[in-house]
Design a protein around this ligand. Structure first.
Ligand code: SER
Length: 594
């Protein structure tokens, strides 16, 4: 079975069980300051898991673009990826275990044709927070899973979430393919990583909310949240040892073989380099090609993107790839995915342009930087030292464009490490915004749906409306990011705004706030929303209902919320910065003062 077929089968199956198919959300979370990228299908759905009404109903299914960079250093082995697609389905206070477990069984055995004796499942063994999940175990048995293939495991293995410090969570039941390998020991189970069991799907029974005191309170609404990794499942179904050997990466690896004249699999080094280049370029294509996509920079998502592209360029050097290899690879991916993710085709020019520019920029200094690095290593080795100074790491960063992680990786290859503290110090001295911001956000949790972010979100709509009033209705949103402290809004406009225009926009937003208009949310079809003059991006693939937020007479926008109840709650709106974001796109940062 090919990847396209699995995606289709999953959505069709859940459609036949009364689910509405929704479009993948952006890879860049719109209103969640605590994470850089969307990491799971449930992530954009948090407000609905917490009880907000979803416009298309309480049974949803989709395929979500996800980026997880926590394991970026592992990429190159058989299974790690920084981008993946997650197939998922949700019950928002509707069905629960009784339905979900038999459906999972039906999908795996009937639709995917996996024999029940190749399956194993795990369920929660229970602890002081939540009882043993005998119910799920019984349901699996009733479906036809033999008792000895049902494993009771602790919270460490069979509990999902919350994604952050607080939020929806619950026990889960995970499904595994038994590879047929012998047991590694008497207590061999899906909890050991001996490779006998490969996880393919996870059904989470979200029935708790972990509160700030660390207590698990029952959720008003019991949800189901499931996630199936597309690449991993395809790998199992195609009987391959590595995700890179499935049809997902065939086009990319064929091209890399052609461009380098080398064979995938010829040596460990070639295999690793080809995997890293294929993975990182694919992720870069999806980040650049997102409608809210970012461009390479030294902070946040832009920094991750830069790091991915530069790491791909560095490994490209090992294969003697010429300039332009990454953009050629990008073309392969755009062709491969555009029927599912139309945005890649729409944003193709941007993807190629930015990728080429970043590739060229780094290729220019890479050689010199490596020479500099090797010169220093030569002397250090002679002196029997094993630490690269923070000063050198900073020079490689500042002069040669080496992300610190690349220097660390180069050092590791030589059996050395880097004085990270020294690097950070040098960095601070140069008063640049550190990548540490980005790293902290990986560790951070999910979805700060606080009053403050809701207000800033409302302010974003008002700003959008004011900009259109002052600069013209051709101006529209290109991106939005909200932290608890500030909003950031990107919009298409060809030149810097004048001081007068900025003051006018600020004044208009403050008038809207003063008017203290109620904020009204209505659900309607996308066509009706557009006919009513609502603005806002929406991928209308499946004829969904949408939410329209109306604020007085000044703003009407399609959006998922949440928002303040009245504009008067917002305090004083203040623009703190107007700057360029990328070519033809300006960026405003603004705050609310009380
Ligand atoms: N949220 C769960 C996961 O990420 C199930 O979708 O595995």
């Amino acid at each position: 079975m090919k990847a396209d077929e699995l995606r289709q089968k999953y959505l069709e199956f859940f459609k036949s069980k009364g689910h509405s198919v929704i479009a993948s959300a952006s890879l860049i979370p719109e209103n969640d300051p605590t994470v850089l990228f969307t990491t799971a299908g449930m992530h954009p759905l948090v407000p609905y898991l917490l009880g907000a009404k979803h416009p298309v109903g309480n049974r949803l299914t989709d395929v979500q673009k996800c980026v997880r960079t926590g394991d970026i250093d592992e990429v190159g082995d058989a299974s790690h990826l920084t981008f993946f697609e997650m197939l998922g389905n949700w019950s928002l206070g509707d069905y629960f275990k009784n339905e979900m477990i038999p459906w999972s069984y039906e999908f795996l055995t009937k639709e995917l044709g996996i024999s029940p004796d190749r399956l194993a499942v795990s369920v929660f063994e229970g602890d002081e927070d939540c009882p043993r999940d005998v119910e799920s175990a019984k349901l699996w048995e009733k479906c036809g899973i033999a008792k000895e293939r049902i494993f009771f495991l602790p919270k460490k293995n069979n509990w999902w979430g919350p994604a952050g410090i607080t939020g929806p969570c619950g026990p889960d039941t995970e499904m595994f393919i038994d590879t047929g390998k012998p047991k590694c020991c008497d207590s061999c189970s899906p909890a050991c990583d001996c490779g006998k069991y490969l996880e393919i799907w996870n059904d989470v029974f979200m029935q708790y909310n972990k509160n700030a005191d660390g207590k698990y309170e029952p959720l008003a609404q019991k949800n189901v949240d499931t996630g199936m990794g597309l690449e991993r499942t395809i790998c199992v179904l195609q009987g391959k040892k590595s995700v890179y050997e499935t049809d997902v990466f065939k086009g990319a690896l064929d091209l890399l073989e052609k461009l380098s004249g080398l064979k995938y699999g010829a040596s460990d080094e070639i295999t690793k380099a080809m995997r890293i280049i294929s993975d990182h370029t694919r992720t870069a294509v999806f980040i650049l090609g997102d409608d809210n996509g970012v461009t390479p920079s030294n902070t946040d998502q832009g920094y991750v993107l830069r790091r991915l592209i530069r790491r791909a360029v560095r490994f490209g050097r090992k294969l003697n790839l010429d300039k332009g290899a990454l953009s050629a690879l990008a073309e392969v991916y755009i062709e491969q995915y555009k029927h599912v993710y139309g945005e890649l085709d729409r944003n193709k020019d941007k993807i190629i342009k930015e990728l080429t520019a970043e590739e060229e920029k780094f290729a220019k200094t890479l050689e010199q930087g490596i020479k500099e690095f090797e010169k220093v290593v030569f002397f250090l080795e002679k002196a029997g030292q094993k630490k690269i100074s923070g000063k050198l790491a900073f020079k490689l960063y500042d002069t040669f464009g080496f992300p610190i992680e690349i220097t660390e990786e180069l050092a590791k290859e030589k059996g050395m490490d880097v004085d990270k503290e020294g690097f950070d110090k040098a960095f601070e001295e140069h008063q640049q915004i550190s990548h540490a911001g980005a790293e902290q956000k990986f560790k951070g949790g999910l979805a700060d749906h606080s009053v403050e972010t809701a207000r800033l979100h409302t302010a974003t709509h008002l700003l959008h409306a004011a900009l259109r009033k002052v600069l013209g209705v051709e101006v529209g949103q290109k991106g939005s990011n909200i932290t608890a402290e500030r909003l950031r809004f990107d919009f298409n406009f060809g030149r810097p705004m004048t001081r007068e225009e900025l003051i006018e926009v600020e004044n208009i937003v403050n008038e809207y706030i003063k008017a203290d208009a109620p904020i009204i949310c209505e659900e309607k079809s996308y066509a009706d929303a557009k006919a009513d003059g609502a603005i806002g991006l929406f991928e209308n693939k499946y004829g969904e209902q949408v939410k329209v937020y109306t604020m007085g007479t000044f703003s009407k926008e399609i959006c998922g919320g949440p928002h303040a109840a009245h504009t008067g709650e917002l305090g004083r709106f203040k623009i703190i910065k107007e700057q360029s974001s990328s070519s033809g796109v300006r960026r405003i940062k603004a705050i609310l003062e009380y």
